[in-house]
Design a protein around this ligand. Structure first.
Ligand SMILES: Cc1cc2nc3c(=O)[nH]c(=O)nc-3n(C[C@H](O)[C@H](O)[C@H](O)COP(=O)(O)OP(=O)(O)OC[C@H]3O[C@@H](n4cnc5c(N)ncnc54)[C@H](O)[C@@H]3O)c2cc1C
Ligand code: SF4
Length: 509
């Protein structure tokens, strides 16, 4: 019996569970660029080009390793194409009598695949995705019986389980977490590292032409396009990050600087999520750099925590809580997403910068996502479903399993605090402390009211006042409400009135 081995666009790893279970003499690999996947959200042009080009390169890699591969390009599959229609065609053409696949990273696709045996009339062997370091069963066992989930405890378990940054039973350096040392403000540096930029080859150029012509109306600039699209180049990007940026990653993890799009961040999520880099290898290389004395412990630990902790943790939550998780809206926010999220056309310098670079790079680092675009949407009461669709569309690393918990849970507090112990809401003061955006802004970060006052300020107090009943009992928010009470009723009313005026004219800010 021969099988069709379906490899999805974010499964570009030779050690994929479906490939490990397949027989390269007998089975045929199917990879397909289909309209249903390319259009279910209006993906950034660079995201589409990255995924298609990396898929085409991976198909070549499989062929050169002896696999028989059917590869369908978008211009061959047609506008009605979906994964199931391409699998049906592949079964017919090869005479295969079964489908082998590694589970997808999105709920909607897993639900769809569950209907395939009946619809396609063949068995579908759907394997767990073991490229993650915590299996579904292990995460369920960890979560079972806990009233509150906290990433820090999950992360410690993962350190013990993998042995990463452990000295025997103890955390390396005697502490699990060096975050207290990781909140420095960045200064401009002429020697600021930059991510590796790869010149597009002929395959990528073809894809750029395709995306440029078929998706010209989508968000984002297509060129210059410099993402790595092969394992070899992604490894080179990792090595460059470890040598140039990781040493200062920890110190400046939370910093932002106007015009510095990457700072000391790795810009590796795009490669890890699509399968070009293996998360455990990435962590082990960072640990080795620390053990060799090339990188301080606060940087190695801070970086490994993001991958071993946050990345695994949000994925666990996604599968534990879907399908209802994506529709949660505990704070009852209903305002539409302001138009400037799609244009960057706003007078708020910090948002203009974050959205502008999102348009150009399909990338923003964590603090830009959390404390600029996410924070503003939260304060302004934007519908979390609209916020989720935006994040899913505009970032090259965005797949539901990782984007939904970050947006719905961590950023918008729409899950009522399952993931975050308090909302990531801040006034302009935080942005001013962690960045230099305010210097070039039309608004004044020191003012709360008046036409020149920073919109984040009034919106922050309005948000806290609006949700007082929910949040005032939260010990982590007690200080904020004490400050609010010290403002006095008249000042608060004035700030809230300004907040309401801002919301009424939100598209003009
Ligand atoms: C609203 C919102 C939406 C987000 N959407 C996505 C998304 O669609 N895809 C995505 O990969 N990340 C998402 N993140 C998490 C994080 O912002 C990105 O992983 C990170 O900015 C990627 O850039 P980097 O590779 O330079 O990361 P670095 O800062 O260099 O971090 C190293 C690695 O750690 C991992 N990581 C860091 N933070 C997180 C996190 N919170 N959750 C999961 N992994 C993490 C990534 O693999 C990343 O490459 C989102 C965060 C927020 C607040
Ligand atoms: S003043 Fe306010 S809107 Fe302007 S950059 Fe600073 S925080 Fe952003």
């Amino acid at each position: 019996m021969s099988r069709l081995v379906l490899v999805l666009g974010d499964q570009l790893s030779p050690r994929l569970s479906s490939l490990k279970a397949a027989d390269r003499q007998r089975d045929t690999v199917l990879m397909a660029e289909v309209w249903a996947e390319a259009t279910y959200v209006p993906h950034h042009k660079k995201k589409l080009a990255f995924v298609f080009s990396a898929m085409r390169h991976f198909a070549e890699e499989l062929r050169s390793n002896g696999w028989r591969v059917i590869y369908r390009r978008l211009d061959e599959t047609g506008e009605a194409s979906s994964l199931s229609s391409e699998v049906t065609r592949g079964l017919r053409e090869t005479g295969a009598t079964g489908v082998l696949v590694t589970e997808p990273g999105e709920w909607r696709l897993r639900e769809d695949m569950a209907t395939w045996p009946a619809r396609l009339g063949v068995p579908v062997d759907c394997r767990e995705d073991d490229r993650f370091l915590c299996s579904h069963a292990d995460f369920r066992a960890w979560a079972d019986g806990r009233r509150q989930f906290r990433m820090e405890y999950f992360y410690r378990d993962m350190r013990r389980r993998t042995g990463l940054l452990m000295d025997g039973d103890e955390p390396a350096g005697g502490r699990w977490n060096f975050d207290a040392e990781n909140r420095k403000r960045a200064e401009r540096d002429l020697l600021m590292p930059t991510p590796l930029r790869v010149t597009p080859d002929a395959i990528t150029r073809d894809v750029l032409d395709l995306v440029g012509s078929r998706f010209s109306g989508n968000f984002g600039t297509l060129e210059p396009f410099w993402f790595a699209v092969t394992r070899h180049d992604a490894e080179a990007a990792l090595d460059r990050f470890i040598a140039d940026a990781l040493p200062r990653f920890g110190d400046f993890q939370d910093a932002m600087l106007e015009g510095e799009r990457f700072l000391y961040h790795s810009v590796l999520s795009t490669y890890i999520n699509i399968g070009l880099l293996d998360p455990l290898d990435v962590c082990m290389k960072a640990e080795t750099a620390w053990r060799n004395g090339a990188v301080p412990l606060n940087s190695a630990e801070g970086f490994i925590r993001q991958i071993l902790g946050w990345r695994e943790y949000v994925r666990g939550i996604y599968w534990l809580r879907m399908p209802e998780y994506v529709s949660l809206n505990t704070l009852g926010h209903t305002r539409p997403l302001p138009a400037f999220y799609w244009t960057g056309d706003t007078q708020m310098a910090c948002l203009r910068s974050a959205i502008g670079q999102t348009r150009d790079e399909a990338y923003a680092h964590h603090i830009q996502r959390l404390m600029l675009t996410g924070n503003f949407a939260l304060l302004a009461g934007i519908d979390p479903a609209a916020v989720h669709e935006w994040y899913l569309a505009v970032y090259a690393d965005a797949y539901e399993w990782v984007e939904v918990p970050n947006t719905i849970g961590i950023s918008q507090f729409a899950d009522g605090g399952l993931l975050a112990s308090k909302p990531y809401a801040s006034s302009g003061a935080y942005i001013s402390r962690m960045s230099d955006h305010c210097r070039g802004c039309r608004y004044d970060v020191k003012q709360r009211t008046g036409d020149k006052a920073c919109p984040f300020n009034a919106l922050y107090w309005d948000f806290l006042a609006r949700h007082r009943t929910r949040f005032e009992g939260n010990p982590r928010m007690a200080q904020m409400y004490r400050t609010m009470d010290r403002m006095g009723e008249a000042a608060l009313a004035e700030a809230r009135a300004r907040g309401q005026r801002l919301l009424a004219t939100i598209d003009t800010l």
